[in-house]
Design a protein around this ligand. Structure first.
Ligand code: SAM
Length: 433
């Protein structure tokens, strides 16, 4: 979502006549987009502005803009710590960035727009400067109505607001016309999407029907909104890829209740059983927070046990970070930092071993890979429909195409493959699916 926000700002500036600079040293304006979800992410803003301030002292006309969740959370107080900032916008105000930079060029600022009431969907779809040549992100909803105790997102992005399905379908059709084979629908709790009676499963059906689209993905889903309708959409809609990122956060019922996640460990396990039962071969990944206030060794072991049981293909493990304005902020952050780091390392090591085992079992199989990157030395990289990364030898013009690949090697985080012999005639001819 942050990437997509940056793509919107970049597109608005390009539409206003700017050109992209390779380095900050060559730029007339620099925009820093921020994340507030963990303290360390939020602090990065001050390091970035500190570096840019030095540049500004050598290049006085340089304008610095800051946007995203940190301004929305910390407000104008950012300007006390980061005096070099000329433009400050919140999560709903990116459309104002070009106008504010224009004013900052004429008069001395800072110019601030943190209005939460603004419509965050006003950036025209045609303006977004998509940064990936293959996968285009499309925001379908903003904000979150959940009340997870640890999470700052409802404060920074506000309550849920959904875009009309017609606008989403039109944007996807436009992207396909521009040559994007894959679209990823974005929302903080994307599967809670509701717009005048259209739920997320129905939205998927509308987007799936866009002619020419090859693959459709979405993120992030909340376990509470996964049911038979979504599972059946994953099974039946031909472009929807069988992969779901489904953050569990903890395997301990005590911690899940304190986190106010809205489900128990048993209900989460039932949800993934439902998905596997109805969809069949589906890949799942998840997020976990360790070191949440009051998390005992026993609670942590419950999480390790759940992760072992779930068979995730990817896992993001975060050390709990107390965030101002959240309900958990009032709880004592009592797990020492080195113990949090140990728990992160334990889970990561176990998960890596599990992924290595799962991936090793794929050697010898064939899979459809959409090539999304070109590497050095005649190599390309891509993803399977299950979102597994595959590296292979192949020409750069495979970018954006799907090829059938034979899996020949496996690491914990990616697979290697080759174009099967039976598909090669003379020179490099890949089967284009
Ligand atoms: N709903 C969002 C999404 O789109 O995925 C959550 C955004 S957040 C960037 C992703 C993950 O960060 C969460 O699933 C959670 O595991 C983690 N996280 C959120 N708040 C946190 C906190 N206070 N401390 C540590 N990790 C946190």
């Amino acid at each position: 979502m942050n990437v997509n926000d940056s793509e919107k700002v970049a597109g608005l500036l390009l539409a206003d006549g700017y050109q992209r600079a390779e380095h900050a040293e060559e730029a007339d304006v620099v925009f820093v987009n921020t994340c507030a979800v963990r303290e360390r992410a939020a602090e990065k803003l001050y390091h970035a502005v500190g570096r840019l301030k030095q540049l500004k002292s050598r290049k006085p006309g340089l304008l610095i803009g800051v946007g995203g969740c940190v301004p929305q959370l910390q407000g104008r107080s950012i300007l006390d710590r980061a005096r070099a900032v000329d433009v400050l916008v919140g999560t709903h105000n990116v459309a104002q960035v070009p106008a504010l930079f224009r004013r900052a060029r004429e008069e001395s600022g800072p110019f601030v727009d943190l209005d939460r009431g603004a419509d965050s969907f006003v950036v025209p779809a045609s303006v977004v400067a998509h940064s990936d040549p293959v996968r285009a992100y499309v925001t379908v909803m903003e904000g979150c109505n959940h009340v997870c105790s640890f999470c700052v997102v409802p404060r920074t992005r506000g309550p849920e607001a959904c875009r009309a399905p017609e606008a989403i379908v039109a944007e996807v059709a436009g992207l396909v016309a521009r040559g994007y084979p894959e679209v990823m629908l974005l929302g903080q709790t994307v599967n809670a999407y509701q717009y005048e009676g259209v739920d997320f499963a129905e939205l998927l059906a509308h987007v799936d029907a866009v002619p020419g689209l090859k693959r459709l993905r979405f993120t992030t889903s909340h376990p509470e909104h996964v049911g038979a309708r979504l599972a059946d959409a994953l099974r039946d809609l031909p472009r929807v890829c069988p992969y779901l990122h489904l953050p569990v956060q903890s395997g301990s019922d005590r911690i899940l209740a304190s986190m106010r996640r809205g489900y128990t460990r048993g209900q989460y396990v039932e949800t993934i059983a439902l998905l596997r039962d109805r969809v069949g071969d589906i890949a799942l990944s998840s997020d976990v927070i360790v070191g949440y206030p009051g998390e005992t060794e026993e609670d942590f072991e419950s999480t390790v046990d759940l992760v072992d049981q779930a068979g995730f293909e990817g896992l993001f493990v975060f050390a709990y970070s107390a965030r101002p304005g959240t309900t958990a902020f009032r709880l004592e952050d009592d797990v020492p930092e080195d113990e949090k780091r140990r728990r992160v390392a334990v889970l990561n090591a176990r998960q890596q071993r599990a992924q290595q085992r799962l991936n090793a079992g794929r050697i010898g199989s064939r899979d459809e890979v959409l090539v999304d990157g070109v590497a050095e030395g005649g190599r390309v990289t891509g993803r399977t429909r299950h979102f597994r990364i595959v590296h292979l030898a192949g020409p750069a013009d495979l970018l954006g195409r799907t090829v059938e690949v034979e899996i020949t090697g496996a690491g914990a985080n990616s697979l290697t493959g080759k174009l099967p012999n039976d598909s090669l005639t003379g020179a490099f001819r890949a089967p284009i699916l």
